[in-house]
Design a protein. Structure first.
Length: 283
């Protein structure tokens, strides 16, 4: 078992209901600035899962994984750790999403239950050319299973076409309790309207020249926003489609789970950014 003082801070940060991580764990540059020198590759997941609180798996987007693989991932990670899974691209890339029921079932019932309590949200990432079609999207969401082997399933939708920046989409997603991924990127639609029971953010602005990936002030801002989300509030300084709830409005705040991932951009800096945010949440 790998031991490190960061682990204690990680455990305390989990109490906030906020999980912070990166995409994947096998990336050669991390062997220079994240993983200790000499750490064998087969122990990288063990190490990463004890310094972060979540990992988003990208390989499931490209190909099916064996049940034994999911079981091994679970066995190598500690209690409280979760994996988010990117759903297969051959499903989200279909022209008619409402006709993907069989493919959805093949993925959901193809072994992910082996993750057990390590199973976090499933991210359905739509391609950039997928235009908002209310009837087709509603039919797709209706087919998503909400539990598997007594474990609840949480689904998040990442949209990448500007047509989704409309009140009609927000209303549909809220009615069907479908979380919308907040993608902090200039390349994709970026809006932070809360549409589901949890919040999912993918942050894409890390910089190579900054050892922590993000400036300290930016990390402070994300710590505040994550806490706002977790306590049932909505950050006032993020872009939205619909107006934010008015200050002082009589709304019952409900605690939420929050997932924050540092993805893409200066990928070599993302573990440092994630650990820096976890440290701020620990405080």
């Amino acid at each position: 078992m790998i031991d490190d003082p960061v682990v204690a801070g990680r455990a305390r940060a989990l109490k906030t209901g906020i999980r912070v991580g990166i995409g994947g764990w096998n990336f050669a540059p991390w062997r220079d600035n994240f993983y200790p020198a000499g750490l064998v590759q087969k122990r990288e997941l063990e190490y990463a899962s004890r310094h972060l609180t979540a990992i988003e798996i990208n390989s499931t987007f490209y190909s099916a994984q064996k049940p034994a693989t999911y079981a091994r991932w679970r066995s190598e990670t500690p209690d409280g750790f979760v994996f988010s899974l990117k759903a297969p691209g051959h499903i989200t890339g279909r022209r008619e999403l409402a006709l993907t029921g069989k493919a959805i079932d093949a993925f959901i019932y193809g072994g992910i239950a082996e993750l057990g309590d390590r199973l976090g949200p499933i991210v359905w990432q739509l391609p950039p050319n997928k235009v908002f079609d209310r009837a087709d999207l509603a039919g797709f969401i209706d087919q998503l299973p909400r539990s598997i082997d007594a474990y609840p399933l949480r689904h998040a939708l990442e949209v990448r076409h500007a047509s989704f920046r409309c009140p009609e989409y927000i209303e549909l997603a809220q009615r069907q309790r479908m979380t919308t991924v907040f993608t902090d990127s200039d390349e994709h639609p970026s809006f932070a309207d809360v549409t589901g029971d949890f919040v999912y953010a993918r942050l894409m602005r890390s910089e190579s020249a900054i050892p922590s990936g993000y400036p300290a002030a930016a990390l402070d801002d994300w710590s505040r926003r994550a806490r706002d989300w977790a306590t049932g509030k909505e950050p006032a300084d993020l872009p939205r489609v619909l107006p934010a709830p008015k200050a002082g409005a009589k709304t019952k705040a409900k605690a939420r789970e929050v997932f924050v991932y540092f993805i893409s951009a200066a990928k070599e800096r993302n573990p440092a950014a994630a650990m820096a945010l976890i440290e701020r949440l620990r405080r």
